[in-house]
Ligand binder design. Structure first.
Ligand code: SAH
Length: 345
């Protein structure tokens, strides 16, 4: 029989598990605290759990963890990239970034990705599988333990499409947000999606206080289709409709990510087109100088072009920033490091 990974269960699920074993619900809470607050890895370390129950748990449960396979520290800005090995030997990557407003960990949500964006290294080998909940919390716990740093923000912007693994993402948020665990506020958690519309509606109805980031990367469908296959399924009009619904339900500002690619999506007329579409919307635009990957011939826009694009969006009254490049000496863009590692093997 496959053992239950108790590190993937929310407090409520742990309570239910305890009750199903004929135990009191509060044992579930105690177990949760051992795993997510005290970060123990062995059931025997749960010293306030009676020995008999621990024996029972050891027979049917396990606490899944991941191991650090490799680690790279940027000499430029201390950004640290981790390659983790999962129990089934799959490899994933996460990044620790130091910002003025707090240390941020970028985690992966899937092994690989099936979305096929033209500029992205994560998708080149396709989707292998979804990450479990504990494989997502584990990225944060391991980085915290290894770096001895306080982690204040989480962005789910690593490899994978989080809304394609939404059940696990919701449990992940529940756990990482819990005052009995890491206690990271929802407002300090960002989920980035390429725009799975039905899932945006579903998420909106959950009324969470997380930040939703939508990868737009184009000002019209024609350009978007060239670089993002998902644009063939959903139009930008449908996407914006879903975003408006999300804002209405949650009262939260949406972030639009726009990776500027030389001669593809960076013309001034596109900035105007986008400015007109976003004017008046509760949103923020994050312009990202694209990280070139060797598997694609898409190139980074020139810095003057980026500045112009920025100024035009500003002229429409749109809150806009240009993302600072971090860890450029350590292949820190989405999926690059894992790919390099797998190539070497
Ligand atoms: N699948 C989700 C989250 C993972 S990608 C999404 O599409 O949003 C996180 C962000 O990194 C997305 O905005 C994605 O488009 C961007 N990205 C991927 N590869 C990149 C690259 N080479 N350079 C710049 N941004 C990239």
């Amino acid at each position: 029989m496959r053992k239950i990974d108790i590190a993937s269960l929310t407090i409520e699920e742990l309570k239910d598990l305890m009750k199903s074993l004929g135990e009191k619900g509060f044992r579930g809470e105690q177990i949760f605290q051992w795993i997510h607050e005290k970060k123990i890895r062995n059931i025997d370390d749960m010293t306030n759990i009676p020995k008999k129950l621990r024996e029972k748990l050891k027979n049917i449960c396990e606490i899944n963890t991941l191991t650090i396979e490799q680690k790279y520290v940027s000499k430029i800005d201390k950004t640290t990239k981790y390659l983790f090995a999962l129990k089934d030997n799959n490899i994933i990557e996460s990044v620790l970034m130091y910002y003025d407003y707090g240390n941020t960990v970028c985690i992966s949500s899937q092994v690989g990705c099936k979305m096929g964006c033209a500029f992205c290294a994560s998708t080149l080998g396709g989707l292998v599988r979804n990450l479990t909940v504990s494989e997502m919390t584990g990225q944060i716990y391991k980085i915290k333990e290894d770096s001895k740093e306080k982690i204040s923000n989480i962005v789910i912007m690593g490899s994978g499409e989080p809304l394609d693994n939404l059940d696990n993402i919701l449990s992940f948020i529940d756990i990482i947000n819990s005052p009995k665990g890491e206690n990271i506020g929802q407002r300090h958690i960002t989920i980035s999606t390429c725009g799975l519309i039905d899932k945006i509606y579903f998420l909106a109805n959950k009324k969470l206080q997380i930040t939703l980031a939508v990868s737009l990367h184009a000002s019209n469908d024609e350009i978007r289709k060239k670089i993002m296959p998902i644009a063939n399924k959903y139009s930008m009009e449908e996407l914006f409709k879903a975003c408006h619904y999300y804002i209405e339900k949650t009262n939260r500002r949406i972030t639009f990510e726009y990776a500027l690619i030389n001669n593809v999506n960076d013309k001034k007329e596109y900035a105007h087109e986008l400015g007109k579409k976003l004017k008046g919307m509760l949103c923020h635009v994050n312009l990202i100088p694209i990280n070139q990957i060797k598997e694609s011939n898409l190139k980074e826009s020139e810095s003057k072009t980026i500045k112009d694009f920025f100024n035009i969006l500003k002229s429409y009254g749109i809150s806009t920033t240009i993302r600072r490049k971090l860890g450029s000496d350590i292949d820190a863009a989405c999926g690059q490091l894992r790919r390099r590692y797998l190539e070497k093997k």
